[in-house]
Design a protein around this ligand. Sequence first.
Ligand code: GUN
Ligand code: ZN
Length: 417
Amino acid sequence: MNCIATNILTPIANGDIIYIPKCYITISAGKIFAVSETAPQVECLDKTDCLCIPGLIDSHVHLSQLYIRGKYAPDLMQWLHKHTFPAEGMSRDAKFSEQIAQDFYQQSLAKGTTTSVVYTSPYPAACETAFKVAEAAGVRSIIGMTMMDRNCPDYLKQETAASIRASCELWDKWHDKGLLDYIFSPRFAITCSAELLEETGNLVKSLTARLQSHLSENTFEIEQVLDLFPGNSSYTALYEKYGLLGNRSIMGHGIHLARQEIECLRATDTGIAFCPDSNFFLKSGRFKWNEIEESGIRVGLGSDVGAGTDLSMLKMMKFADYILDKSTFTPAKAFYHGTLGNAVLLGLESKIGSLEAGKEADLVFLQHDEFFKTAVDSEDILSLLIYLNQEIKIESTWIQGKELYNKAKSGGNNEVS
Ligand code: GUN
Ligand code: ZN
């Protein structure tokens, strides 16, 4: 049994956020055994100068886009063609795909992310490499090979049958393997034929597999989808027809959804990854927070790197709050949706997302003088966490009770920014 003396801020099962100063986290076999205010009869690691929060979760991120963060284009389609597709093409090279996966997981840990839902690129070998790197790093990651069989450069285009076959082989190998899982990843309707979408939909149903895609991010994208698939009443109706919706599906963005589409996502229990930084960057539009929240759809927060400019989920919480200026969004909701809300989105809420007895010990220790100098209550702590995150240092990041990143040992000076 290990013990850490610290101060915690965590969401709890009923959705509240609690702050417990001067408490003790005991860890046994990688799980939180107890969080208590009385010292246990074991020696404790002293982290009383830190704030401990649950490992952060990124529910939508593109590993192969890590190096193109911040590369401007006026909108989604221009950005895909100018920066993204060429960048993804680089992952054909085995050395490159290993280096970018190493950088991705090390940088994610340095930003406090312990669980990520990842698109790689349309190359099975690059996806396999990402799994091996994630496994060696000891991180929790749900990874998919990006599927596309049309409307993209030839060096990215897959044969439909080959795309399906490779996805199935990767699923066979990596589904539910330790901290890893496979997620079928048809990119979006523009780059996927009807056959690819339909076969993928059939597969995820028969395998009860996870699926991720992009939906309703940009108005031009939506028009193009409805032109490519005439006779469908909406983008969401198209995905429903091909069996892509369901409680293991996560749709990125969902910005321009009509009322009926929101109802359809709710009825099928499909989740949405809200990616505020990316939405700012590509000027895609404003997420309809109030309507989505009211509908009861499960929502999480994603960085969407590389259209998102940073892997920091604390930064995403701030961006979410800023982009949703006229809404019922709050710092507490921002924190919830980057932790426990994201765990609910992934169906992993019994394991991760909060610091409660029985959960796996995925922990982030944060240092910021103001936490203990100027904050008088949990609301202050929470708002410093969200709004001053650029000044906060990630002291260490732990998964299953094991320290995988430590700022002092890495020699890093990693402010969250
Ligand atoms: N839609 C299809 N592909 C992508 C992508 O890589 N990033 C974003 N933001 N949207 C997409
Ligand atoms: Zn994306």
